[in-house]
Unconditional design. Structure first.
Lengths: 230, 200
C-alpha cells in the first residue's frame, strides 16, 4: 500500500513538467527522501514518454537519415582521445589480440586485408611492417586511427633484448623521425605497443623500429630492424 | 548442430532490441544509430513537428535528438526508464526548448491530439519491423482518445509546449484548480489504462 503524501497529487504534473517552480522544488525535495513517491513518479514518467507514441506520425524526409549518420560519423572523428579510448579500447584491444593471433598463423597478407578495407573498425588504417636485412623473419602490423593519432602495434619475430636496450617505434614524415614509444618482446618474439603520435605531427607516411638504449632515444641511433609505409 | 541448422541460424536475422542498440551506441558503433533511427525517427520527427509546426525546425530537432543519443548513450539507465521513454523525453525536451525560443515569432505550432484515428491508419514503411511499434501506438492513441476533450486539451498544452498549470489556465481561460485537476485526472487515467494493458 502506498503512503499518502501530499506531494502524491503533484507527481503526474511533475512528470509532465507543468508544475510551477515552487511546487517543482517541493516535489524534488520530497522524492529525494521518499522511495514510494519515486516509484510512483517513475510510472508517470513512463506515461509521459508513451504519450509521444500517440502523436500522429509524419514521415520525415528521406535524406534525414543520411544527414544524421554524417553528423554521427563526423562527431565520432572529433571526439577527444580520452573519450575515444574509453569507448574504443575494447575494439583496439580486440584488434591487437587478432593481430597477435594472426601473426602466429604467419599470414600477414590475409591479416592485413580486412583492416585495409576498414571493415572491422571503420576509420582505422592498417600498416604492414616487415623486417630489414638483419631481421628478415620479423613482421608486424600497426592499426592506427589517423583522426586521433592513436593506435596499436603488434610484432613477431624480433629477438628479445637485454634489459639495457629496447625496441623503439619511429614515425616518419619526409626526413623527420618522431618516437611512437618503446617496447620489448617476449621470449618467443612477440611484442605490442600502444602508439601515441606526438601532438601536431600530422601527415606522417611510415613507421620504423630500431634498437635503442632502454627508455628510448630522441632520434634513431641504432640499427633499423623493421619498417613499413602507409 | 546439423549443417542445415547452422546455416539456418546464420541466415536468420534478428533485430537487436532497444537496450542492445543503446549498448552498441555507447560503444561507438554508428550503425546502431541508424537502426534506432529507423525504429524511432518518425516518432521523434512527429513530436517535434507537432510541437513547433515547422518541418525544417522539426528536421533540426530530430538531428539534435539522435546526435544526443549518440553522445549520451552511456548515461542511459535501463532501471530508470525504457529506451522509448528515454528517447521520447529527449525529443520532447528539445522540441519544447525550440518551441519556447520561437513562439514569440511563429504561431504555426498546433498542440493537440487531433487525427489520432487517422494516424493509426497511416501506412507503415517497414511493416515487419514496425508491427510491435504500431500495436503500442494504437494502445496509447486509444487511451488518449478515451480522455474527455477538456483533459486532452490541457494535456496537449503541457506535453507539446511544456506549459505550466498557470499558463494553461490563462490560455484556456479556466480556473487554475480546474486545470490542475484535469491534468492529474488525465495522467492517472492514462496510467491506469496502460498499466492494465501491460504497457508500463
Amino acid at each position: 500500500m502506498k503512503e499518502n503524501h501530499e506531494e502524491l497529487d503533484l507527481l503526474p504534473a511533475y512528470a509532465l513538467g507543468s508544475l510551477d517552480a515552487e511546487d517543482s522544488d517541493r516535489v524534488r525535495e520530497h522524492i529525494a527522501r521518499c522511495r514510494s513517491c519515486r516509484e510512483e513518479l517513475a510510472s508517470y514518467q513512463e506515461v509521459t514518454g508513451r504519450l509521444a507514441l500517440a502523436v500522429p506520425e509524419q514521415e520525415p524526409p528521406a535524406w534525414l537519415e543520411s544527414r544524421i549518420m554524417e553528423k554521427v560519423l563526423s562527431s565520432r572523428r572529433r571526439r577527444s582521445f580520452p573519450e575515444f579510448l574509453g569507448m574504443r579500447l575494447p575494439a583496439l584491444a580486440a584488434v591487437a589480440a587478432v593481430l597477435i593471433i594472426a601473426l602466429g598463423a604467419g599470414n600477414i597478407y590475409l591479416l592485413s586485408r580486412p583492416f585495409q578495407s576498414q571493415a572491422l573498425v571503420p576509420g582505422l588504417v592498417t600498416v604492414v611492417l616487415t623486417g630489414t636485412g638483419e631481421t628478415p623473419q620479423a613482421y608486424g602490423t600497426i592499426v592506427i586511427d589517423r583522426d586521433d593519432n592513436r593506435g596499436v602495434l603488434a610484432v613477431r619475430g624480433l629477438a628479445p633484448l637485454e634489459a639495457s636496450r629496447a625496441y623503439q617505434l619511429w614515425i616518419f614524415k619526409a626526413t623527420e623521425r618522431r618516437s611512437g614509444g618503446v617496447f620489448n618482446v617476449t621470449a618467443d618474439g612477440y611484442g605490442s605497443l600502444q602508439i601515441t603520435v606526438p601532438a601536431g605531427f600530422t601527415g606522417f607516411t611510415g613507421f620504423g623500429i630500431s634498437i635503442e638504449p632502454a627508455g628510448g632515444s630522441a632520434s634513431p641511433t641504432g640499427a633499423r630492424v623493421m619498417s613499413g609505409k602507409i | 548442430m546439423s549443417v542445415e541448422a547452422q546455416n539456418s541460424s546464420w541466415m536468420e536475422h534478428v533485430d537487436p532490441d532497444d537496450e542492445e542498440l543503446i549498448r552498441q551506441i555507447s560503444q561507438a558503433q554508428p550503425e546502431a544509430v541508424r537502426v534506432l533511427y529507423r525504429r524511432y525517427g518518425r516518432m521523434v520527427y512527429s513530436v517535434a513537428l507537432r510541437a513547433v509546426g515547422d518541418p525544417s525546425a522539426a528536421e533540426e530537432i530530430t538531428q539534435d535528438v539522435f546526435l544526443r543519443i549518440w553522445e549520451k548513450a552511456k548515461t542511459y539507465r535501463a532501471e530508470k526508464a525504457k529506451v522509448v521513454t528515454w528517447i521520447a523525453r529527449i525529443a520532447r525536451n528539445r522540441a519544447i526548448d525550440v518551441y519556447r525560443q520561437r513562439r514569440s515569432r511563429d504561431d504555426r505550432a498546433s498542440a493537440g491530439w487531433e487525427e489520432l484515428k487517422q494516424a493509426a491508419a497511416a501506412p507503415a514503411p517497414h511493416p515487419g519491423e514496425r508491427m510491435e511499434m504500431a500495436r503500442l501506438q494504437e494502445r496509447v492513441r486509444d487511451a488518449v482518445a478515451s480522455l474527455p476533450p477538456d483533459q486532452r486539451t490541457a494535456l496537449a498544452l503541457a506535453f507539446f509546449q511544456g506549459r505550466t498549470h498557470k499558463e494553461i489556465a490563462e490560455e484556456l481561460g479556466e480556473p487554475l484548480g480546474t486545470v490542475k485537476t484535469r491534468i492529474r485526472a488525465a495522467m492517472q487515467k492514462l496510467r491506469s489504462i496502460l498499466d492494465e494493458a501491460g504497457e508500463l
